[in-house]
Design a protein around this ligand. Sequence first.
Ligand code: HEM
Length: 488
Amino acid sequence: VSQVLLKNPNEPPVVFHWFPIIGSTVTYGMDPPRFFQEMQQKYGDIFTFILLGKKTTVYVGTNGNEFILNGKLRDVSAEEIYTVLTTPVFGKDVVYDCPNSKLMEQKKLMKIALTTEAFKSYVPIISDEVNSYIKRSPDFKGNSGIVDIPKNMAEITIFTASHALQGKEVRARFDESLAALYHDLDMGFTPINFMLHWAPLPSNRKRDHAQRTVADIYMSIIKKRRAEGQSDAKDMLYHLMNSSYKNGQQIPDHEVAHMMIALLMAGQHSSSSTSSWIMLRLASRPDILEDLYQEQVRELGPEPLPPLQYEHLAKLPLNQAIIKETLRLHAPIHSIMRAVKSPMPVPGTKYVLPTDHVLLAAPGVSSTDEQYFPEPMKWEPHRWEKDSRIAPSIVRNEVEEEEKIDYGYGLVSKGAHSPYLPFGAGRHRCIGEQFANVQLQTIVAEIVRNFKLRNVDGGNDVIGTDYQSLFSRPLEPANIHWEKRDSP
Ligand code: HEM
């Protein structure tokens, strides 16, 4: 009753809860997508819940995506939410430890290394890493076996991303000290750190030590490259070392190092989780894996298939659709948050969101909404073919060329109304989308060449999701059965 009496008519409905600080933290934390869907049915597209004492206003659906992700700079802030978590891990003066205008410049400079020219050189590097991993991994000895796949996909992701994007010196160090240091850094990247980022916990001490050590490793590589003349590889490090801000200042070495850490962390979790989901989904649908192999034979064949090149990827639409469809159901970032900086009227409603609210966008809700994606919970990569019975409305209607806008890091779609936004939208939109696509498409194409996969019990079930980390991923163990394609 008290909750009803206290309700402010200009604020969204508050999700019912028994305890003031805990609020809905536990039900949200256990399964955020289910929480969003159930609350949407009960309260509509916009509602407030208590997350660790904070009034958190969720706005789902396409209007919610637009309202939050395209919020004006004076109205919303990402850095205010994320900095406690990211600054100890990335280091000072980059991403959320600087004004937004500097982040926009940094994103622009990072994007310079993410060109078609660069991607052309990345595909053979990624292919080689996948094949040599399969050859040397004890988990893939023999002709067939069962493997708990997320660990392997995490390793494949870090070896491929570090080699392609970070350069050969960084990749070489992942065989030695960097793997353990990376793990310690990663321990600073958990939800608990939103509250305990400052605490003198052993994990935080390890995190801080790892941050300093990894930053030193990058800075020593930079110094060595400078002393020996430039590396011949025009990788991310090369571009950042040789870039300047608009005011003419060269990027200081410590900022280059911290940006490299940020890129590594940003790409690793999302791509590694996505590649694990792809393997699990393919194991649950061996027919699709066979379609993928036949697509390669048809488009790139006859057998033996040629070494994979960047140009091949565009000829493999089903291989591309695998990534799209997997991100539709398993976007690794289920909650995107912003602090409210000035009271925000919500268009078309009587609500005005005050500055003590946090905003939460969840594009995963619209990407599993039946009105846009018929049979929404079905993983069906073929739906992205135009003539599919369950093609998404965005494919069937073929949205005309969208208006673009530049927030300072290159042109992106102006609107954020799309029901499908696994890479976000607006000024904080992902700059790694193309790289992730190249990386994931190459990994999938190579796995399909090497293996036939199936569920251990031969069925079509798929494992549940672990929401305990900041990025959602498959619950473990996540075992699948593999068989080498060329086995006798
Ligand atoms: C931002 C998703 C891979 C670098 C984002 C955002 C999303 C996202 C949803 C927006 C976050 C927000 O608005 O708060 C993904 C997914 C990936 C992926 C699903 C892979 C499947 C990568 C990779 C890199 C990267 C490989 C680096 C090479 C970034 C950066 C930002 C970003 C720098 C900007 C953060 C900001 O401006 O606040 N990503 N990402 N991402 N991502 Fe990715």
